[in-house]
Ligand binder design. Structure first.
Ligand code: ADE
Length: 263
């Protein structure tokens, strides 16, 4: 899959996208990330890409011509078939479901806004979809575009282990169950015994219950949309009374931050 990113700050992307899983995915040719500096399509000698808003008000608005020309010239024949996304706090919410839609395409164009936003004619002319990564305001769309690239890239076949994709938070519409690894006791907190039992069916049921209970406590609106079995409804009745308490036994009351010198 190829990502074309349109930004006035291409260097913002280099560190983040060139490490770890995304670095390996690029080296393996599974994904390709092309960064395009919108200023290269500005026409005046100062390379201006923004101007004051019509109607007045604070700040600056990104001008339509440089962005439209940049996207048209980079995409060329692929313009008609490539989804074009504008990152903006006023967009529809970017979710795992949207990522699953976007990964169906071989190419994705991402336009990063700065200042008070982008001239709305860009959205109309390019038939772009506006996406927000959450209900907060970033200083620009670059971080949001990096989030979209990260989330979509994980879904490209071969980028990560397919088993982790199936198990993880949000893929089932629920939050993920809690995980533990060695040591078995840390600062007096023991790993829930069931996980050490080797009883796979019981472990699976405990994990399902914890996923349900966490979702109920933290994101109840997700539970309403999830497809639940009659057994899930029974498991929900068994949620621990304090959903934020430790789930294993407490061997020794030394759990406060910084309280134990010996662990
Ligand atoms: N630009 C500024 N804030 C944003 C957000 N929450 N999502 C996407 N783009 C943005």
């Amino acid at each position: 899959m190829r990502f074309d990113v349109f930004t006035i700050f291409p260097s913002m992307f280099t560190g983040f996208l060139n490490e770890s899983i995304l670095k390996r995915a690029q080296q393996a040719g599974l994904i390709q990330i092309a960064l395009h500096d919108i200023r290269a399509w500005a026409t005046d000698k100062h390379r201006t890409v923004d101007d004051t808003p019509y109607g007045g008000g604070p700040g600056m608005v990104m001008m339509a011509p440089p962005i439209v020309h940049a996207v048209e010239s980079v995409l060329g024949d692929a313009l008609a078939t490539t989804p074009i996304v504008i990152l903006s706090p006023s967009g529809e919410l970017f979710t795992q479901q949207v990522a699953r839609e976007l990964v169906q395409y071989p190419r994705l164009a991402l336009i990063c806004g700065r200042y008070e936003g982008i001239d709305d004619r860009v959205r109309i002319i390019l038939q772009a979809r506006e996406l927000s990564i959450g209900d907060y305001v970033l200083t620009g769309g670059e971080l949001a575009a990096a989030v979209v690239i990260d989330v979509v890239s994980r879904l490209v076949p071969g980028v990560i282990d397919p088993e982790s994709l199936a198990e993880e938070s949000h893929s089932s519409g629920l939050l993920e169950y809690p995980q533990y690894t060695r040591p078995p006791i840390f600062r007096g907190l023991a790993v829930p015994e069931i996980l050490l039992s080797g009883h796979h069916a019981k472990i699976a049921e405990w994990r399902r219950m914890m996923a349900l209970c966490r979702t109920k406590a933290r994101r109840p609106e997700l539970l309403e949309r999830a497809s639940l079995t009659p057994r899930d409804h029974q498991l929900l009745q068994q949620c621990p009374p304090d959903p934020f308490a430790h789930l294993g036994s407490i061997v020794k009351e030394t759990t406060e931050r910084g309280s134990s010198a010996t662990d």
